[in-house]
Design a protein around this ligand. Sequence first.
Ligand code: MN
Length: 262
Amino acid sequence: MNNQKRNTIKLGIAALAVGAIASPEAEAAAAKTPFKVAQTYIPIANSKEVFPVRRIYCIGRNYAAHAREMGSDPTREPPFFFQKPTDAIQYVAPGTVGDHAYPSLTKNYHYEVELVAVLKSGGKDIPIEKALDHVFGYALGLDMTRRDLQRFMGDQKKPWEIGKSFDRSAPIGPIHTVKQLGGHLGKENISLAVNGQIKQNATLSHMIWSVAEQISKLSEANELFPGDIIYSGTPENVGPVVKGDVISCKLDRLPDLSIKII
Ligand code: MN
């Protein structure tokens, strides 16, 4: 790189650093890139605004009966988290049934219905009693899982990313703000049916780690930021779907979420 070019780049970075360009949108618009990369958004109910997604965190084995069905002891296990890529989001509007393609590589494709908490602010080492102050709202989501690959990789002590973190593995409904909901969620009923038959049915109060505890724990491992979202775990009775199946999810105070496996 010649000196002139180097200086030009330095100047550009300096301009960003001193706040000459105020917003992330302006920053993105000012950056010269060889191609565009799409940002992921989730609609906010009854709003013209959309929620920009930064990271998708998911907690594992957060309901005792589900931990047992996955072969672990819920009384001894500290919480653990994994991530899905941000663009794994598949938004499904209320009142519609989203077409969801059966993914490649798996012969055992599982549903996991989950409450999703979305953050408007973040931080490090957030105390439990302050954690809910960072929650912007909630949505109903599915943590779709290639269970055979998750187990195969786990058995080999390899990362089970391929089982969890693939394209469109995170169907989700619209976000409802804490204000719209009139408070935080945590005691509501959550359920999932396949072709009209109830498969999962629990209350959020059965979570081992509450949303506040999850935020607090996560912020010890990673600094959290606005736009981070957290899939808060699934209750027991996860199971497989095949092409043609319709999954319908319910969570009190949020609209239903439905997808069809195609
Ligand atoms: Mn899950």
